[in-house]
Design a protein around this ligand. Structure first.
Ligand code: NAD
Ligand code: 6OD
Length: 517
């Protein structure tokens, strides 16, 4: 029988108790869960000599002990995944795999509030956001890839040969094999299931490495996958850190056939070098320094609502968030004042309160990074339109990693504040005079993930939307996702696309069969 959550707290009680994550998250600031590696269909016995403390970002209190996978655990996970493929998962009929994915979606829905609680406990994000975005998308990810794989066909080519004969070419798609799935902390379940659903749909086995900051929902998903009858070894979870830990043990493993990675550009580059000697395919969804371009013909209120979402959602910790706002000079002050008012209306506070709109940053370490850009902006002579510091939210939250939503003007594209990804609830506003200048400013970056264009001129919307050198270009909206469309970035923002058919392409290898008729 599973041990239950230790509500007495880590500092006052023995360490081995806990493990019912739902119960733990109910008593968020009091409880400490143990979170274990999941290999070959079972949790690995907890060993607190190889564990790390997970801190609740809202309160600064230890909320979990996470078992760190060493090389032997990663070896076992990869071996289990290989066995699962050989035991028949790779050749399971597509219809059965699709039906299983639909059952996963149903079970996540049935345990919806457990996933919400685990995600809120790990990230400190507002419960309303976890419901609306993270967990709802996990359900949609499984349903979408069930549909995509069930409907997938193949190209075929009839080839004319000299002498009147013909040859028929068609491709059979096979799973890549064992896929390493490495994800970050900002949208843990959304990003994990975005990859796992597609990989499983295609008949792969996976070893996933969630962020050390957000281990819970990957483990909860293991429970759900077991409940719906996923064969053992198809889904494995190894917890831990990156370099010199589970992340690197996994990417350097000779038994993996591909890596799908979401995280920072610097880590992506490191992972690419690790994988290079064995020439494995990689799919990289990396950082962004996304621009919004606001023309003077906009419906101001609508644009402000959209921009405010683009800057502040998830405390700015979405790779797609806008950190550069180029505004036509004629409406610069209106946009600046409007965004300051929207920032003031955000409600920072207890993540479990339905009225909270904005949570803390993920950690104090990350807050130090964001604060270093606050300092740089001020040293560079930026005008702080709002924010710029650390809020005081009352005793229970004052040891959390809270930060004020912050807007600047008076700095330009040559400043590091506008060139480097900050990953916080921040944006710099810069005026422009012409459409050409706006396009040039928006494209003046090494990143190429996302952009948004705000205009009431239909032709301009298409024209400027297409001119953005990014993977996703939104017009009069932001982060509106069609899961069948390609998603990804260029430049420092990544390699490859996932979503719909693009995911099928990454998670399978085609064998072309050429038959002379
Ligand atoms: P990160 O790169 O520090 O870590 C991401 C994951 O990689 C974590 O699980 C981490 O443990 C692991 N890792 C770190 N070093 C590793 C190594 N050497 N080998 C193997 N694994 C390693 O990123 P983060 O701080 O967790 O997340 C924030 C970053 O992710 C931001 O840059 C953000 O833009 C980016 N992101 C991009 C997308 C996208 O779709 N493009 C989505 C979400 C987040
Ligand atoms: O919506 C998605 O599928 C996706 N990968 C979003 C990434 C958000 C970045 O933080």
């Amino acid at each position: 029988m599973k041990p239950t959550c230790d509500r007495s707290g880590y500092s006052s009680g023995p360490k081995e108790y806990l493990s019912d994550m739902a119960a733990c998250s109910e008593a968020r600031t009091m409880a400490v869960c143990t979170i274990r590696n999941f290999v070959d269909g079972a949790e690995i016995e907890f060993d607190d000599r190889h564990s790390s403390e997970k801190i609740d970002p809202a309160s600064g209190v230890v909320s979990a002990l996470v078992h760190e996978a060493d090389q032997s655990v990663v070896d076992a996970a990869v071996a289990a995944a290989r066995r699962a493929l050989a035991d028949g998962w790779a050749t399971t009929p597509v219809r059965e795999r699709a039906a299983l994915l639909r059952r996963v979606a149903d079970r996540i829905e049935a345990r919806f509030e457990e996933f919400v609680a685990a995600e809120v406990a790990d990230t400190g994000k507002p419960v309303a956001l976890a419901r609306e975005l993270d967990v709802a998308r996990a359900v949609a990810n499984f349903r979408t890839f069930a549909d995509v794989v069930a409907a997938a066909g193949q190209e075929s080519f009839l080839m004319d040969l000299p002498g009147g004969r013909q040859a028929l070419n068609y491709a059979v798609r096979k799973p890549l094999g064992v896929v390493a799935v490495i994800v970050p902390w900002n949208l843990p379940l959304l990003l994990l299931t975005w990859k796992v659903a597609a990989a499983l749909a295609c008949g792969n086995a996976v070893v996933v490495k969630p962020s050390e900051e957000t281990p819970s929902t990957a483990s909860l998903l293991a429970e759900v996958l077991t409940e719906v009858g996923l064969p053992r070894g198809v889904y494995n979870v190894v917890h831990g850190f990156g370099a010199g830990s589970a992340g690197e043990f996994l990417t350097s493993h000779t038994g993996i056939d591909g890596v799908t990675f979401t995280g920072s550009s610097a880590t992506g580059s490191h992972v690419m070098r690790t994988v290079a000697p064995r020439v494995r395919p990689v799919s990289f969804e990396l950082g962004g320094k996304n621009a919004a371009v606001v023309f003077d013909d906009v419906d101001l209120d609508e644009a402000l609502t959209g921009l405010s979402k683009a800057i502040f959602t998830n405390t700015g910790q979405v790779c797609l968030c806008t950190e550069r706002v180029y505004v036509h000079r004629a409406i610069f002050d209106d946009v600046a004042n409007g965004l300051v008012a929207r920032a003031a209306a955000l409600r920072l506070g207890e993540p479990t309160d339905d009225r909270t709109t904005t949570g803390p940053l993920i950690s104090k370490t990350h807050r130090e990074k964001v604060l270093s850009y606050f300092a740089l902006a001020e040293q560079s002579g930026a005008k702080v339109l709002t924010g710029g510091g650390i809020p005081r939210l009352g005793e229970a939250l004052d040891d959390g990693s809270w930060i004020e939503p912050t807007l600047w003007s008076g700095i330009g594209n040559d400043n590091r504040v506008l060139r480097e990804e900050i990953f916080g609830p921040v944006a710099a506003l810069v005026p422009f005079d012409t459409e050409e200048q706006a396009i040039e400013l928006a494209n003046d970056t090494e990143y190429g993930l996302a952009a948004s264009v705000w205009t009431n001129d239909l032709r301009r919307g298409h024209r400027v939307g297409q001119a953005m050198n990014v993977g996703m270009s939104w017009v009069n909206t932001w982060f509106l996702r069609d899961l069948l469309s390609p998603f990804g970035g260029m430049g420092l923002s990544g390699i490859g696309r996932e979503g719909g058919a693009s995911s099928l392409h990454f998670y399978t290898e085609p064998t072309n069969v050429c038959v002379q008729l």
